[in-house]
Structures are given as C-alpha cells and as structure tokens.
Design a protein around this ligand. Structure first.
Ligand code: ADP
Length: 403
C-alpha cells in the first residue's frame, strides 16, 4: 500500500549533530544495524515493508511504504542524512530520482547495479578477477551452445532478484535443455546468465568494507556450507585455507571494491577450486550490503559488519576487523514445522540454559518452512566442538533435533 505525504513526521535525533542513517527495506539486515547504531550514537530510520517487518520491531522510526514507489522513497530520504539498503531490489528509476535529488546513497547506483544484475556483474568482473566461463543466453539453442562449449552440466540463472538458490538451476545434459523453456518465457527477452558448473572443493566468502574516501578493510576469509542451495553454516576463518589463496581472494575483493567504487560492506562469494594441485578461486557473486556470510562478525569480530557498514556509509573511520577468537561458527536457523515455532520462546529459553556461551539472533520474522528466521553463533578454540554446538542449537530451534 502506497504511503503518501510526510511518512516520518519528525525523526528524533541524538543531540550533538549525530546523523540519521536511512535504510530502504526493513528486513533482518536493517534490524541488525540497530544495536551498533546505538553504540555509535546514530539514529536509524527504516522504510519498512510492513509494521511487523524484522527491523520495524526494533527501530522506532520505521515508516511503512513500498521501496519501489518514487514518491514514497523520496519522502523517506528527505528525512535522512545518508541512505543505504537492506536489499538489492530498489528499481533503477527510484535510485535515479534519489540521485537527482542529491541524496547521499551508499552504495551508489553505479556500483549497486553490479550486485543487482548478475549479467552486468559477470561482464564487469571478467577483466578484474577469475570467473566461471559464461554467456548471456536468449534461447534454448544458445543454452545448448554454451553447454557444448564448456561441457554439461551448466548452471542457468535469472540475472535479477534471485536469493537462497531461487533463480538458479542446474542443466545436466542437452536432453534437459528443453525443460528450461519456461525460464526463457519468464525472462521476457531480458536474457539469462548461463555458466559452467564449477567443480569446486568448497565455497568460501570474503567480506570487505570501503568508505567514500577510499579507506578499506577486510575480515578473515570464511567457509560457507550450503545445504540445498541455502547457506546453513559459516566457519571463520575458513579451515586449512592456504595463506596465498587467502591473500589472493582478499586482494581480489578489495580490487573489486576499489574498481567499482563500492561504498559500505560488500561480500564476495567464491568457489575454491583445485588447479593441478594448487588452490585457486572463481568468483560466484557479489552482495553490496551486510551479508549472511558476515553474521559471524557480530559476536566473533572486534567490529561487526553492521557497525562497519554504518561507519562506511557515513565516511567515519573504519573499525578493527580482527577475530575475537581462534574460531567462530555461525549456523543459520531455518523455519521448520509450525507447532514448534509457536513455542519458539520456550525453545529459546531451553537453549540459553543448555549453552551459556551460545549467542542467538532471532529476527522476529513470521516462520515459513525454509525461510531464514535467525542465526546462532559460538566462538572458541575447538572447532569440532563449536560446529556441534552451533548445529545442535540451530537444529533445536528448527525442530529437527528435539533434545
Ligand atoms: P543466489 O543468488 O540465489 O544465492 P547463487 O548464484 O549464489 O544464487 O547460487 C546458489 C548456489 O548454487 C551457490 O551457492 C552454489 O552452491 C550453486 N552454484 C551457483 N553457481 C554455480 C556454478 N557456476 N557452478 C556450480 N555451482 C553453482
């Protein structure tokens, strides 16, 4: 429902000239910016999709309105000193209107488009870093051609709007190509991304932050474990990661951030590959905002990705990105069976008692099967023990483990 008129009457600021950071979108990322905003004496305002959106539950200034309506977003931005994003779906015409109004946007639309559109991203990154072999495909014939060139299976992706593996499909053989006809119909002439299926040894991610004045910082490279296309576990740092590869991927992410003039936090998801016995990488995709692969930093790093994002978009000096413990393990909590979730608070109380070192972050979201509703984090010295504790807590919250 479009909200017209002054959607925020008056945002109450901290005295002393501290700014208001506006976030378009009221999901869990905006929600997790609130604790560091308190720590930094900043005021957050969130343009939320609903009164009970994850961030609207914790940010007092959470007007409700559509992120794709120019007037609504303009009105919201007028109340803020800087504007950033909870997701990548704000349409180009809305971003252009804000830019024309002179709103300081971070990341800038000229950078953000490479995180919004996987075809634009592949085209831009090709000269900068190692990527899978790919092409834009507009027909089943072109998909077959790519498969013949790089070998089946190939991976077909919708360039925009995908998340958690939705919008990604593996095409195993030439015989499976005709099954993709509906994807081309839905693409309606916009083209799809087809790329080689990378034979990876594992998935890793690197998180960096860059400020408008060019200061940059990187966190340790992490391993991301996926189950059914959804990230279920993140291990920081990535176990047994070759030092040279760690430097190369960190340098690649910083190069991308610099070349694309990224401002704020950016995550680069990569595949680790074996190149004749030497570890290598190819870049999978970019996110220009705090990212699931960086949730471990809330409890596991001196400066969390959410604090760093706020610092970066305001061009404040960046914080220390070192880990607080030898290992941090983050487990995502996915929505499970309904009866269990009606009792989520009881489940939560049980876990607080069972594991006093466990940190649980639940997003206040309505539970749907498979939806990310929270995450758990543990830090310490013994990786195997930490992985067990995180898996137990996540499984207990999901209802797949009952004791
Ligand atoms: P989303 O934007 O939905 O997160 P991704 O492009 O990250 O989509 O793909 C989701 C998952 O699919 C990846 O984490 C990886 O496991 C798998 N995948 C994606 N691209 C490839 C590829 N080229 N080769 C092999 N696996 C892939």
């Amino acid at each position: 429902m479009a909200t017209k008129g002054p959607i925020v009457e008056q945002i109450v600021r901290h005295p002393g000239g501290f700014p208001v950071v506006g976030i378009i979108g009221g999901g869990q990322l905006a929600r997790m910016c609130q604790p560091p905003a308190v720590g930094l004496s900043l005021t957050l305002a969130v343009l939320a999709q609903a009164p009970d959106a994850a961030a609207a539950l914790v940010v007092p200034a959470s007007p409700v309105g559509p992120y794709d309506d120019v007037d609504t977003v303009r009105e919201f931005a007028r109340q803020c000193d800087v504007v950033t994003f909870d997701h990548e779906h704000v349409p180009p015409e809305v971003l252009a209107a804000l830019e024309a109004d002179g709103v300081p946007l971070h990341p800038r639309p000229s950078a953000l488009r490479f995180a919004q559109d996987k075809l634009a991203m592949r085209e831009r990154l090709g000269d900068l870093v190692d990527c899978p072999r790919w092409r834009r495909v507009d027909s089943l014939e072109e998909l077959t051609e790519l498969g013949t060139e790089v070998g089946f299976p190939v991976v077909l992706k919708t360039p925009r709007g995908g998340y958690d593996g939705k919008g990604v499909r593996v095409v195993d053989s030439p015989d499976a190509v005709p099954d993709c006809a509906d994807w081309f119909e839905r693409a309606a002439g916009d083209g799809l991304l087809a790329e080689e299926a990378v034979d990876f040894t594992r998935e890793i991610a690197v998180l960096v932050a860059r400020s408008p004045s060019g200061q940059a910082a990187a966190w340790p490279v992490v391993e991301t474990v996926q189950t059914g296309g959804i990230c279920t576990e993140v291990i920081a740092p990535a176990p047994d990661l070759d030092d040279t590869l760690a430097s190369r991927v960190t340098e690649a992410a910083l190069r991308i951030a610099g070349e694309l003039d990224v401002t704020g936090v950016m995550a680069v998801e990569l595949f680790q590959v074996d190149r004749d016995g030497e570890p290598g990488y190819v870049v999978n995709e970019l996110a220009m905002r705090p990212h699931n692969s960086g949730h471990w930093t809330i409890d596991g790093s001196v400066t969390s990705q959410f604090e760093q994002h706020l610092r970066a978009v305001l061009d404040l000096p960046l914080g220390d990105t070192r880990a607080r413990a030898p290992w941090t393990v983050m487990g995502n909590v996915l929505g499970g069976a309904e009866p269990r979730h009606a009792e989520l608070y009881g489940t939560y109380r049980h876990l607080l008692a069972r594991d006093p070192g466990l940190k649980m972050h639940l997003y206040g979201k309505e539970v749907r099967p498979g939806r990310k509703i929270g995450h758990v984090t543990v830090c310490g010295d013994d990786l195997a023990e930490l992985r067990d504790r995180a898996a137990h807590a996540a499984g207990y919250l999901e209802g797949t483990i009952i004791e």
